[in-house]
Design a protein around this ligand. Structure first.
Ligand SMILES: C[S@@+](CC[C@H](N)C(=O)[O-])C[C@H]1O[C@@H](n2cnc3c(N)ncnc32)[C@H](O)[C@@H]1O
Length: 275
């Protein structure tokens, strides 16, 4: 399907479907992106144009196709210790603060965790902090809309090219085991990770409450309304005095009533104000 073959009505219908099902907003002129991401899938499924695709995904039995379309349209780009500062702040400020408060068990949510690098980076950061003598443990819940990403995160096995993106050789050798050409997260790091498929547009009630929420590099794809709705609902899931960390390019100017902005280590994080 070449982008010039997408008629405006079909493009509009597809945009509406995508936003409604996973929050992603496509710009006015992203037909090329749709063509490049869905071309093969449509060919394989014998679907002649975008209009027909929208028709099928909206049918009762369209679940499988719907999943594949969302999978194809999401960007799963991630890396170890992405942006560095959130993990440094965690080790230098947040974890010591919890120890000082006398808390021994944390719950951390990595929302939109992709293939798990963020969850395991958090677990490594905690492991390193514990090596300084602290008695603090955490359950780290990773969620993503993509079943394929969640399966990869659970498997905890990374190719030679993926392992080097953001990870020092020292951390790699200490926290991963070689398995053929791949690297597997060691059990002491892996045991803290729990993964599940979850759509950020749906309820958070079953996830429970969290001390720290990482929600990075996903809100940029959503509308201002969805972003606000998601953030308001995340705030409801935060324990008193909890922290929220968003992506380096995602600012929360409109939520300063509930959240206090903290600048540290060249980045920004947010702390839930006492109510
Ligand atoms: C660019 S990755 C970010 C991964 C990680 N948070 C990071 O910063 O490196 C975005 C992830 O958001 C997920 N995603 C997109 N829409 C979602 C939704 N509605 N609910 C949950 N996850 C979603 C995608 O599947 C993808 O894995």
């Amino acid at each position: 399907m070449a982008s010039r073959e997408i008629v405006p009505e079909h493009y509009q219908a597809f945009r509406a479907f995508l936003e409604q099902s996973c929050g992603i907003v496509l710009g006015d002129n992203k037909q090329y992106l749709v063509s490049s991401r869905l071309g093969h899938l449509m060919e394989r499924e014998g679907i002649k144009d975008l209009g027909e695709l929208v028709y099928h995904v909206q049918q009762r039995g369209g679940q499988r196709l719907r999943g594949m379309v969302i999978e194809a349209m999401t960007t799963n780009e991630t890396q170890w210790f992405r942006d560095t500062y959130p993990f440094t702040i965690l080790q230098d400020t947040l974890l010591p603060e919890y120890v000082k408060r006398g808390q021994q068990q944390l719950r951390i949510w990595s929302a939109a965790c992709s293939s798990g690098q963020e969850v395991y980076s958090l677990s490594i950061a905690l492991e390193e902090y514990r090596a300084r003598g602290a008695r603090l443990e955490a359950e780290i819940v990773g969620t993503d809309i993509s079943p394929a990403m969640v399966a990869q995160a659970k498997e905890a096995k990374y190719s030679a090219s993926t392992i080097n993106r953001g990870l020092s050789p020292e951390r790699r050798d200490r926290y991963f085991q070689r398995s053929g050409d791949s690297w597997v997260v060691r059990p002491e790091i892996r045991r803290r990770g729990q993964f599940m498929v979850h759509n950020l547009l749906e309820s958070y009630a079953s996830l429970g409450r969290f001390d720290i929420i990482f929600c990075r590099n996903v809100l940029i794809y959503f509308s201002a309304t969805s972003r606000e709705n998601i953030l308001n609902r995340m705030i409801q899931q935060m324990r008193p005095g909890g922290y929220l960390i968003v992506g380096a390019s995602e600012s929360l100017a409109r939520h300063t009533g509930d959240l206090q902005m903290i600048r540290s280590h060249g980045g920004v994080i947010y702390k839930l104000r006492e109510r």
